[in-house]
Ligand binder design. Structure first.
Ligand SMILES: Cc1cc2nc3c(=O)[nH]c(=O)nc-3n(C[C@H](O)[C@H](O)[C@H](O)COP(=O)(O)O)c2cc1C
Ligand code: SF4
Length: 683
């Protein structure tokens, strides 16, 4: 990869935002990672942003929808900007970020109908008009005069708190929330002075922004992240939005604009604003450039600019003043530092999996699929320290767990060899990437393989390791990362007549005719197989005992699967399981039933595909166990408290032995990588 000398790199040019000097052009846009504790940005939150500041980012926009009022319940772990007690926490956060030379701002908002009522203080949800929001299944009340007065004041109060906490500025979220709900004819159907003609539609947002400016003064930076095209019927369009912005600019209410195209009230619309893997990169960059041509305000933008070349292009071509690389820095908070140091090729790539965003709803915290240190800065290092002494480490398996173990051990300075039975690395990621939409997941493998080459770690392919081969290598530490193999669901009859999702994904079986896929796993493997079958032209029915399809797949990742199943008329049957499969006249007769009743029904199909997760491939581990000093035991207390493993259960043992990833139990990529990082960082 060519590395552009730092001096001529447009990404590294400083930028003057009003009185604020920014050290380069890369920022992290607002994203609520849900790391707060009871709405406060405590240590985990601060350390997460400090790491990016240490890593060179110019500006980190903290929070993401920090809520200005109690009746904006925290839908995804939002910060409580309406509480005075937040100020000292904000001060600690801004001090920490400033110490490392980055600017720090915060996005504030009232989420209006984009939240649920059954959280926080359980206050009724308000919106410009009483229109249900599909994404949160919320039925808001129409905001009354006293709500509007209250919320205007709440905005100004929150802005003042953020200023008091040392923030360099604030950003107003204005796409799909309460304030911009008034701006858009699609969401404002009022017949009073707050609705109707354009002048009325502007009244409430202007009241908010005027109140904020009056409160914080001319010298505090106030920006807006607004949609310039809602892409929906009766929504805000480009001409209208540009004219709105012109008014904000001419009144001096706003100091920068962060361009959004689209809106957020369904997961499908949200994927257009925050594109996931399989979608085009930088889809709104040219559009943003057009907006920039209409204003003198600094223009910011973020939407799947996940590689440095595209970011550089965005500046060189004058599309933006600052480019957001948000998930890219979740994946690698040291991204800017690597550009500065001429190590662009070492940036851990964002692979667009959007596990991070899906998790704020599914599990209440953003985690990167392949950087287990992100958000765990208090205990997990992004830069792995060298060990005091070099040890001989043998890793068996080059899937995500094995590759990460080898990388971390290599960074520790150990003498590492990886043995892989297949002719290539990647393990189950090679299956996931058979889905063309998910091919970017290869980055998880490629980045590690490149790092291993740099670290001098030996990778041996086509090497089916056995106990003798391993002992011959005289290891001090053996890591078993042999992964898993598909397991079959329990059937009363006919297990021999089914094939697995892996058979389909791997290309060993191509089902035709009528196909039934029984998903008792709820993850990507089942739906990837289903997508491949549906797209191949076969007639597919997906059956799951769960109450929803792909129960462990998040909302944004669900969208392309749902699209595939809709476009192919795939039949989806919930709350049903396969009890038996019996051959009948050259086809298969399936007995279906549910956990809820004894009622049974049948289907006749050509192929039955099942997904029931994996069972560990653990033979080698058990073969080696008796030869190890620790007999395979992991001292969890030591591991969780950053102490080396020192368990000795067999004084005659020859090496320490650990197994990680799916070789222990079927889980996911993040779990495999986290297993490896937290164990090996102290080996
Ligand atoms: C975990 C997560 C939470 C987010 N929360 C917000 C939010 O509260 N407000 C907002 O304006 N954008 C939010 N975003 C969107 C990001 O600001 C950004 O627009 C998006 O990630 C696309 O930029 P990227 O491709 O550089 O990541 C969130 C993104 C992520 C990943
Ligand atoms: S989870 Fe995926 S999208 Fe999110 S930061 Fe990590 S690699 Fe990027």
């Amino acid at each position: 990869m060519t590395t552009i000398p730092a001096m001529s790199d447009p990404l590294l040019e400083p930028f003057q935002l009003k009185h604020l000097s920014l050290r380069n052009r890369i920022f992290s846009s607002a994203h609520e990672p849900a790391y707060g504790v009871e709405g406060m940005p405590t240590d985990r939150y601060r350390l997460y942003h400090e790491e990016k500041a240490r890593g060179g980012v110019a500006l980190t926009m903290t929070a993401g929808s920090a809520v200005v009022a109690e009746d904006s319940p925290p839908a995804f772990g939002n910060l409580h900007a309406y509480k005075d007690e937040i100020v000292p926490w904000i001060q600690r956060l801004t001090d920490g970020v400033h110490e490392h030379g980055a600017a720090c701002m915060i996005q504030i908002t009232h989420m209006g109908r984009r939240t649920g009522f059954a959280q926080g203080d359980w206050l009724p949800i308000v919106a410009a008009s009483p229109l249900r929001e599909p994404a949160h299944r919320t039925a808001p009340k129409e905001a009354e005069d006293w709500d509007l007065e209250r919320i205007v004041t709440k905005y100004a109060d929150a802005a003042e708190r953020m200023q008091a906490g040392g923030m360099d500025g604030i950003e107003l979220q204005s796409y799909g929330h309460f304030m911009d709900g008034f701006w858009s004819p699609a969401t404002n159907q009022r017949v009073d002075e707050w609705g109707g003609p354009e002048e009325n539609l502007r009244r409430f947002p202007l009241a908010v922004m005027r109140a904020i400016r009056a409160r914080v003064g001319a010298n505090f930076i106030v920006g807006i992240r607004m949609t310039f095209d809602e892409t929906i019927t009766s929504g805000i369009d480009e001409t209208n939005a540009v004219s709105k912005l012109a008014q904000l600019e001419s009144e001096g209410l706003i100091d920068f604009v962060n361009v959004i195209r689209g809106t957020t009230f369904t997961d499908t619309l949200l994927t257009e604003v925050i594109p996931i893997h399989g979608m085009p990169a930088a889809p709104h960059l040219d559009f943003t450039g057009r907006i920039r041509d209409t204003t003198n305000l600094p223009v910011l933008h973020a939407a799947k600019v996940d590689d440095v070349a595209t970011a550089r292009h965005s500046l060189r071509e004058g599309k933006v003043d600052l480019i957001g690389m948000t998930r890219a820095q979740l994946a690698d908070p040291h991204l800017v530092r690597k550009i500065i140091d001429g190590h662009e090729d070492r940036i851990r790539p964002c692979v667009g999996a959007t596990y991070c965003l899906d998790r704020i709803y599914e599990a209440g915290e953003a985690l990167c699929i392949h950087n287990a240190a992100t958000s765990r800065e208090a205990s997990m290092p992004h830069d792995i320290p060298r060990a005091a002494a070099t040890r001989r480490v043998v890793v068996v398996g080059a899937g995500p767990a094995g590759l990460e173990a080898a990388r971390v051990a290599g960074e520790r300075g150990h003498d590492v060899v990886v043995l892989e039975a297949m002719p290539w690395p990647g393990g189950q990621i090679n299956l996931a990437t058979r889905n063309p939409r998910r091919v970017d997941l290869k980055g998880i493998v490629d980045w590690r393989v490149a790092e291993l080459a740099r670290l001098g770690v030996e990778l041996c392919f086509n090497t089916f390791a056995d106990a003798d081969m391993i002992t011959a290598l005289a290891p001090e530490v053996v890591i078993i990362a042999t992964g898993g193999q598909p397991q079959f669901p329990h059937l009363d009859d006919g297990a021999e007549h089914v094939v697995t999702a892996w058979d389909v994904i791997g290309g060993d079986v191509t089902p035709t005719g009528q196909v039934l896929l029984f998903d008792e796993h709820g993850r990507h493997s089942a739906l990837t197989a289903a997508e491949m079958i549906a797209r191949s032209g076969a007639e597919l029915e997906i059956v799951t005992p769960e109450r929803m399809l792909g129960i462990d797949i998040g909302g944004l990742n669900h969208v392309p699967y749902a699209r595939a199943f809709n476009e192919t008329d795939t039949r989806i049957t919930l709350n049903q399981r396969v009890f038996a499969v019996r051959p009948e006249l050259g086809r298969l007769c399936i007995e279906l039933g549910s956990d809820q009743s004894t009622h049974r029904t049948t289907r006749h199909v050509d192929t039955v595909v099942v997904d029931h997760g994996t069972l560990p491939l653990d033979e080698l581990y058990f073969e080696l166990k008796a030869r190890s000093t620790n007999l395979g035991a992991v001292d969890y207390d030591a591991m969780l408290n950053a102490r080396p493993q020192q368990t000795v259960r067999n004084v005659d043992g020859e090496f320490e032995l650990y197994r990680i990833g799916d070789a222990v139990a079927g889980r996911n990529i993040h779990a495999a990588i986290f297993d490896a990082l937290r164990l090996l960082k102290d080996v």
